[in-house]
Write a new protein. Structure first.
Length: 256
């Protein structure tokens, strides 16, 4: 259920993602799985941020942070801190967002995972671009692109190259703008094909889950029918026993 929710989130189908992620939380709470609980809460928060339901987004991001305190992990902190920053950015609290993004970058560097470093640098670059701080935005966007290229992370390379194309255009550097625009188009074409494959996988998973649900419901229904049949038979036998006893008592009275 959780995996399907993650895939829907990756595809941008946020309401469908919530349909699968929210029911998973009670199970994780009962199991005391703090790491996965933080992970799922963060994904739920990301869905609400993307849907612009920011109060709910902040609630679930805070829950993710609270669970992190029980089992801190550098890579997971990067994800949760970055998403908290995104929620504050969308609410217009840019200085707060920048603080969370830099914390995410700190833990990214600490863990040494290039894709997380690239993602954190990309979020900082995007924020600086929104604030009109072109040179700072270019600095972080180039770092994001380079780290994304290190692990061939095409989504990170797409985001960074798209930003760099716009930023160099603002500075009047047409050659660099054109170069990164071509890279962005190449990455987009490559990712689009992969996204279609993931969509097909998701449909197959959803169908499997649906079929499993039908099988489970049918088995439960058959069990109920068996129990009802047994109870009916038991009731019938009890009634026969009562009638037989009364019949015997009646015969005894007649014989007396």
């Amino acid at each position: 259920m959780g995996y399907i929710g993650f895939t829907y989130l990756d595809m941008g189908e946020f309401r469908e993602a919530l349909h699968y992620l929210l029911p998973a939380m009670p199970v994780l709470v009962q199991a005391n799985d703090f790491v996965l609980g933080s992970f799922v809460n963060s994904h739920i928060g990301e869905c609400y941020t993307s849907l612009n339901i920011l109060d709910s987004a902040l609630f679930y991001n805070k829950e993710a942070l609270r669970l992190l305190e029980k089992n801190p992990m550098g890579a997971l902190r990067t994800l949760v801190f970055g998403r908290m920053g995104k929620t504050f950015e969308k609410s217009g609290q840019l200085s707060e967002a920048r603080s969370w993004y830099h914390q995410a970058l700190y833990y990214s560097n600490f863990s040494g995972i290039k894709v997380n470093i690239s993602r954190s640098q990309g979020m900082i670059a995007n924020l600086y671009m929104k604030q009109g701080m072109v040179d700072s935005a270019i600095y972080y966007a180039r770092l994001s692109y380079e780290n994304g290229m290190y692990d061939l992370q095409k989504p990170r390379m797409l985001d960074a190259s798209s930003m760099l194309s716009k930023l160099y255009e603002k500075k009047g550097n047409i050659d660099s703008a054109y170069r990164y625009q071509n890279i962005a188009m190449e990455m987009k074409d490559s990712i689009y094909g992969a996204a279609q494959f993931r969509k097909l996988q998701l449909l197959m998973l959803a169908e499997q889950a649906h079929q499993q649900k039908i099988v489970t419901e049918q088995a439960a229904f058959r069990t109920k029918i068996k129990i009802a049949g047994l109870l009916l038979l038991l009731g019938f036998l009890v009634l026969l026993a009562i009638l037989q006893r009364r019949n015997n008592q009646h015969k005894q009275k007649i014989n007396q």
